[in-house]
Write a protein that binds this ligand. Structure first.
Ligand code: DGY
Length: 323
């Protein structure tokens, strides 16, 4: 019997690509070139499974292509806001994702950005590299305390809770969170966490605000000019969720006018483009969507896709079915 045909849109860790080659008639993207909408349409027409990732856009006009052979999108990533879920549902196209395995690496990057922003790490690095540093002095580059400060988490799923544990048990931070329903008691007890009744309440009391909600229409510009006005002038905003959760232009204004002290960003509206306004500011730390970028995590993400494909082709129930 011929092997199922699988199309992978970007380069994956070598060990996972080797397994794909052994199991399937697979087309890999050896030179890791970003692909076009027409190439995705053609993949949907010619392969049994297509494995996109978070930087590949699958809107309705791609998913609705005629003469589709593909039955499953095995997404390499936990977020799936780049795929039109309603179109997929209507077309009977299955979607799976990779939850659970990128929790710690993403929480680590959120904590990295919090520390970089609080302690002006990126700015200090630029000072040294530019040979402008003239030596230690008591008032140079003063920054904000992290230990003992209040961390506010918007969204309180796996990644937010992992960050909260690092912040609370490692840095003695107080934890407040907003999520529509209260978190499990054992989580709240472990973190001595307090639930805010609203995002507005959280924004007013947190020294550091970290975003952990999914992307998509429902959360687009959740953090806008009005919300930024509620934050303390000493507060920092951290975003490892999705770029469009924050109105970039409003954040740039807030940073420029020192309405808030700083921001740390791993994700951007219109990624990989980054709003020019951020590049001119010293009080924002910018990373290139590194949340899950450890070899261990990316390998585990690939293994998750493999497990979903194996279940699909065996006619079994899918471990991580989204649609
Ligand atoms: C995801 O999986 O959604 C992450 O953003 C990748 O780092």
């Amino acid at each position: 019997m011929s092997k199922p045909k699988v199309f992978v849109t970007r380069k994956w860790p070598a060990s996972v690509e080797a397994k794909l080659k052994a199991l399937y008639d697979v087309t890999l993207n050896e030179d890791d070139r970003p692909l076009s909408a027409d190439e995705f349409r053609s993949a949907l027409q010619n392969y049994d499974a297509v494995c996109p990732t978070v930087c590949d856009s699958f809107p309705a006009d791609v998913i609705n292509v005629d003469n589709k052979r593909c039955k499953i999108l095995g997404n390499f990533g936990v977020g799936y806001n780049h795929i039109d879920i309603n179109a997929a549902k209507a077309q009977g196209l299955i979607i799976t994702n990779t939850p659970g395995v990128l929790t710690h690496s993403t929480a680590d990057i959120a904590m990295t950005l919090l520390l970089m922003s609080a302690r002006r790490g990126a700015e200090g690095d630029r000072l040294v590299r530019s040979k402008q540093w003239t030596g230690w002095c008591p008032t140079q580059m003063l920054s904000s305390d992290v230990t003992g400060a209040t961390l506010g988490l918007i969204g309180f799923g796996r990644i937010a809770q992992a960050m909260a544990r690092k912040a609370h048990h490692g840095f003695g931070m107080k934890i407040v969170y907003f999520k529509p329903s209260p978190a499990d008691e054992y989580v709240v007890d472990d973190l001595n966490a307090t639930r805010c009744e609203s995002i507005e309440e959280l924004l007013q009391i947190a020294d550091y605000v970290s975003l952990h909600c999914p992307g998509g229409e429902a959360t687009r510009h959740l953090i806008n000019a009005d919300k930024l006005k509620l934050m303390k002038p000493t507060a920092h905003l951290i975003n490892t969720a999705r770029g469009d959760v924050v109105d970039s232009a409003a954040l740039i204004d807030a940073l420029k006018n020192k309405q808030i002290a700083g921001a740390g960003l791993d994700v951007y509206e219109g990624e990989p483009n980054v709003h020019e306004g951020f590049l001119a500011l010293d009080n924002v730390s910018l990373l290139p969507h590194l949340g899950s970028a450890t070899l261990g995590t990316r390998t585990a993400m690939g293994e998750k896709v493999l497990a979903n494909l194996a279940a699909f082709f065996a006619g079994e129930s899918l471990p991580d079915r989204v649609v």
